[in-house]
Design a protein around this ligand. Sequence first.
Ligand code: NAP
Length: 495
Amino acid sequence: MNGPTAATPVEPCDFTVFGGTGDLALRKLLPALYLRDRDGQLPDGFRIIGVSRAEVDDEGYRSMVEDALSEHVAADELTDDVVRRLVGRLHHVTLDVEDVSDWHRLHDRLKDGAASEDVIRVFYLAVAPALFGPICEHLDQVGLATDRSRVVLEKPIGTDLDTARTVNEAVGRVFDESHIFRIDHYLGKESVQNLLVTRFANTFLEPLWNSRWVDHVQITVSESLGVGERGSYYDRSGALRDMVQNHLLQLVCLVAMEPPTYVDRETVRDEKLKVLQALRPLTPELVDRDIVAGQYAAGLCDGAPAPSYAAEVGHESSTETYVAMRTEVQNWRWAGVPFYLRTGKRMAERVSEIVVVFKEPPHPMFPHSEGPTEPNRLHIRVQPDEGMRLHMTAKEPGPGGIRLRPVSLDLSYAAAFGGRSPDAYERLLMDVVRGNTTLFMRRDEVEAAWAWVAPILDRWSRPTHRPRRYPAGTHGPVAAATLLERDGRSWQETE
Ligand code: NAP
């Protein structure tokens, strides 16, 4: 099969990373830029400027990034001449973003040696969200927020609706919405984009993609790791804020949305917003009935003893490391179809998967057949091993009656297209430089998602709220299984 097509270079750009010495920059952003450079997508005049308070000069930053590349890029992707080229693009500006007297340093560096006066400027805010507003304000004051500037916001955007609005307003005072890129790296994953292509570039699925033929939808995003060193951040956040409000609800949007008029315009985000607005509103009774919070206790994970969450964060806590829920998209297409979502840490395996379970055939045509008839299921694997699998029923070959056997049609990305599947950040960073906002969250989407989860946050903030315990290395609390059993269904454990 064909390999990936050659990458089209982007325009020259000054790509500034606030938090350029941090974990996200060194582990994800710079390796992604390296791989885009390797594939010829970064032109001459593409500069990368790391910003932090560290007293590091350009040379020091270059060697820091070189070490990070050797740690976070696969050895067979690393080539000396590309590393040299990427490293040659790097600069570091020592700047405390809260200290107004430092800002001239960034201004001078960006003006000095830029490819042109109106070069594209990207400001990637890989710092704490409390700094988003002050950074944008200072960018404006020193004249760096121009029509050719874009700002990228990392999650979390707020911790609830009010704080999200505050962040959005502060950033929106300086940048037009079309220049604001709220990143959700799930949207940059190949399989997630392929979901749109599968639904809308083919005709066979769309007539079935509704309450007449779909029984229910399941979305699972599970991790086998615990909170590790992110404990202090995570303990203030929890799975609902960290995963459900953004990644899981974005996946619901892509599964449930109506066909947009065009895929590269605002219409995709318009359609996603309509899904968020159609989610069944939550009352305290529904939160108690349809939403399960869990927290891992000690157990066995990946064959090794794993400590409890409380032991990892060093104190008893009511923060949830697991959420399972039942919801519905209340519109014509999806009326009555349950969407079951779950996410957790220290689960039996690391997997992200969407499963669309279709209804049983309306009439049992093979009453005397042997073997199981199972409803069709479409599994869309987001990670690892991106791909799709359609479960069908087939006749087992051989004479003497009809024996039914479940079989699957597999589309493995690796097998079909060969080569490496690019990391989501590679795609998304180039979209930022190009000014393409389709795969980024618009302000109204983020706020609609916060508005929808608000009753859960409210209910779970009561002092009596306690997440249910589940042993590390399992599929979560028993109550999550009951949630589906109540409806005569069960979670599709991944294969
Ligand atoms: P981190 O490792 O703690 O890095 C923070 C970076 O910000 C460092 O470079 C730090 O350098 C810089 N910084 C902090 N205060 C500053 C200031 N006043 N002026 C200038 N620079 C400052 O954090 P991270 O893990 O990279 O995460 C950064 C943000 O992205 C956080 O909001 C996090 O929630 C979000 N995020 C991270 C990940 C991830 O995988 N790491 C994933 C999704 C979202 P100095 O201390 O030297 O100034």
